[in-house]
Design a protein around this ligand. Structure first.
Ligand SMILES: Cc1cc2nc3c(=O)[nH]c(=O)nc-3n(C[C@H](O)[C@H](O)[C@H](O)COP(=O)(O)OP(=O)(O)OC[C@H]3O[C@@H](n4cnc5c(N)ncnc54)[C@H](O)[C@@H]3O)c2cc1C
Length: 343
């Protein structure tokens, strides 16, 4: 049974970074298990993507391409992935955990009588089988998954979370064998376009070096007895624009919006970091006007170097939760930092 590496092209016809990372994992697994590696590519035109990994030592290349397979659409994607798995006679499938494949691969596994484990973070081999690692219970526990592959007939599909392997670099010649997928009834859903915020409006940036966290203090009354929410927003956006950092928030700050208070309108619940929010990964983090309470700081467990700015020398960050605490007014600090960044 072969190992199939499955990926889709991006809008430019190339492979996303997460896809190149998954290829590294697939190559290693194929070597560890001594099984042949095959490639399955999906997209409007996969030629450029195939050439970018043509030297990956795969036994065969398959593709499903054409205009109908350009946009992300469940019906066409699930059918294409199933056809690629069948053409490659795949026993194991390794794919990047991109939004597009996360949406269609569970359905593909079901159709083929296979199984899927999503968002794995490492991939070892033991006893002739893959031994993937993944998080459970909102990243509080990690575990390794074993499956009795004899107990089901389809492939075991594994999607690799971004950032868990080095991207493969193996350009070369490749002429994928086209796999036919009849479109009958698959294109009833029309993809009319993609709506997304422009780059500067998009403030959650998983690949950024720094996470800037805004807390509720930004909206509280300051020394002069007044709140300065507009100025707070300008300072934060100025910093984000200059550094291209990612933006996070405390729960209190994002909750204020639903309570009808004057808030920073670029913050949503998606920005919330913590126990009931997200657990982002960045090399550095800077918390501003945020108290550093445990339900919030638990979301910082993958932030390596932590600093905080707070008026209160006894705030949560001072209790071993930050490497450096600046006891200072965040309005003054961020104004000065932005000035220095502008030079
Ligand atoms: C079950 C449960 C789950 C929770 N999950 C989460 C979660 O996922 N994420 C989360 O964030 N919270 C969570 N919380 C809430 C959490 O306990 C805190 O209430 C919240 O994080 C506090 O937010 P904050 O620090 O922004 O606000 P506050 O506690 O109001 O702190 C504001 C801070 O700003 C400082 N400040 C004010 N003005 C300035 C200034 N000019 N310069 C510098 N500092 C200033 C103040 O000194 C203060 O420390 C959860 C709570 C529970 C019970």
């Amino acid at each position: 049974m072969s190992i199939l590496y499955l990926a889709h092209t991006d809008d430019n016809g190339s492979l996303p970074k997460a896809a190149l990372e998954a290829l590294t994992a697939a190559q290693k697994l194929a070597a560890d298990l001594g099984r042949p590696l095959k490639i399955g590519l999906l997209g409007a035109d996969v030629q450029q993507a195939a050439q970018s990994i043509g030297g990956c030592n795969a036994e065969a290349f398959f593709s499903v391409s054409g205009e109908a397979f350009g946009p992300s659409r469940y019906s066409t994607d699930a059918a294409a992935c199933a056809a690629l798995c069948s053409a490659a006679e795949a026993g194991i499938v390794i794919a990047p955990a991109t939004l597009r494949l996360a949406r269609c691969l569970p359905g593909t596994a079901y159709r083929l009588g296979g199984r899927i484990d999503t968002n794995i973070t490492a991939l070892d081999a033991a006893d002739g089988q893959p031994l993937p690692t993944r998080w459970y219970y909102r990243q509080r526990m990690s575990g390794q998954v074993q499956r009795d592959t004899q107990s089901f007939s389809g492939p075991w599909i594994l999607t690799l979370a971004p950032g868990c392997a080095a991207p493969a670099e193996c350009p070369g010649q490749a002429a994928p064998q086209a796999v036919d997928v009849p479109l009958d009834g698959l294109t009833r859903t029309t993809v009319t376009g993609v709506k997304q915020p422009n780059v500067d409006a998009q403030t959650i940036r998983p690949d950024a070096d720094l996470l800037l966290v805004a807390g509720a203090g930004w909206t509280k009354k300051q020394n002069d007895g007044q709140a300065h929410v507009k100025e707070a927003g300008e300072l934060l956006l100025d910093f984000l624009g200059k550094t291209k950092s990612s933006l996070g928030s405390s729960k209190s700050l994002v909750d204020l919006g639903s309570e009808g208070q004057d808030v920073l309108d670029f913050l949503t619940h998606l920005h919330q970091v913590g126990q009931t929010g997200s657990t982002p990964r960045h090399p550095k983090g800077l918390a501003t006007c945020c108290h550093g309470e445990e339900p919030h700081v638990v979301g910082w467990r993958f932030i390596n170097e932590r600093r905080a700015v707070n008026l209160d020398a006894g705030c949560g960050w001072a209790h071993g939760k930050a490497d450096v605490l600046y006891v200072a007014d965040a309005f003054d600090v961020m104004k000065k930092v932005n000035e220095l960044l502008g030079k």
